[in-house]
Design a protein around this ligand. Structure first.
Ligand SMILES: C[S@@+](CC[C@H](N)C(=O)[O-])C[C@H]1O[C@@H](n2cnc3c(N)ncnc32)[C@H](O)[C@@H]1O
Length: 270
């Protein structure tokens, strides 16, 4: 186990139903099976991260299989890298994490999110994985402990990512291209904001470099009103767009482009 104490950074060991460090900081295993490694002094609000409504909407939408091709390709890319230990940063309710875990049965898998509501649900998807409530800004894992990091539709702390990566390891990032959900955005806004889908590449720290990129694009027919409502609720469009436009989106079926890029960014430092 490569977990470290979020308070004093010394190794954590299993002690009964808890994790404890040499300095007697102790973290109980929750009934659902995850560990809460987010000390109250590291929280910037009472319930940080995605709330229950967003988590539920994302869970229904993803379990509906609408983004299944995205998860399949993500898992294939992870498998090709054959990591011994991997971590999904900002795992949400665990849909993608579960599929990575299934494709890497021999590896040691970890997943974290700052939202307790998300991790509470995620950990039920695969009890073999190590599920953590934790912040991506202070990841409770040792330096150079991971061969693969996954970051899926999530923000990322790049210096923490680099700290966690073993030499030769890498970050598998999945995020939207500028064309993602274009028809939905056209329905919601008079002027669709252009989105620079290479912006994150400027954040890659020295000692890491982009080794591979690819995009996956397909058209999705949103026949079901619940799926349309959930897609809105799981994205910032759910609160950014006007109520009138949102209602119009939910009212009638439409086709929307799903367009995603995958980047594999490797740690080249020894
Ligand atoms: C758009 S969701 C993506 C969730 C999941 N990867 C997926 O695609 O289904 C972004 C996630 O990042 C989490 N998050 C935001 N800030 C975070 C932080 N500082 N540390 C850890 N997780 C964070 C949110 O709680 C949320 O679950």
């Amino acid at each position: 186990m490569s977990l470290i104490c979020p308070i004093c950074q010394t190794p954590l060991e299993l002690s009964g139903n808890a994790l404890a460090c040499a300095n007697r900081h102790s973290f109980d295993r929750a009934r659902q099976g995850y560990y809460n490694l987010l000390p109250v002094q590291h929280k910037n609000s009472r319930d940080p991260g995605d709330n229950q409504a967003m988590v539920e909407a994302r869970r229904r939408f993803l379990d509906g299989g609408h983004y299944a091709p995205l998860a399949k390709r993500l898992a294939e890319l992870a498998t090709e890298r054959t990591p011994a230990r991997w971590l999904d940063i900002g795992c949400g309710e665990g849909y993608y994490t579960e599929q990575i875990g299934r494709s890497l049965p021999q590896a040691e898998g970890y997943a974290l999110d700052i939202s307790r509501e998300a991790v509470k649900r995620a950990c039920k998807r695969d009890p073999q994985l190590n599920w953590l409530v934790a912040s991506m800004a202070r990841v409770p894992l040792a330096d150079a402990s991971c061969n693969l990091l996954a970051s899926v539709f999530s923000p990322l702390d790049w210096s923490e990512a680099k700290r966690l990566l073993a030499p030769g390891g890498g970050l598998l990032r999945m995020g939207p291209t500028r064309g993602h959900l274009m028809q939905l955005r056209q329905k919601l806004y008079d002027e669709v904001r252009d989105y620079d889908d290479e912006k994150h590449l400027a954040l890659i720290p020295p000692g890491m470099h982009l080794a591979h990129s690819e995009t996956l694009e397909f058209s999705l027919h949103l026949a079901d009103a619940q799926a349309r409502a959930d897609l809105l609720a799981m994205t910032p469009h759910g609160w950014r767009a006007s109520a009138e436009r949102r209602e119009a989106v939910i009212a009638a079926p439409f086709d929307v482009t799903v367009s995603i890029r995958y980047d594999w960014i490797v740690n080249t430092q020894e």
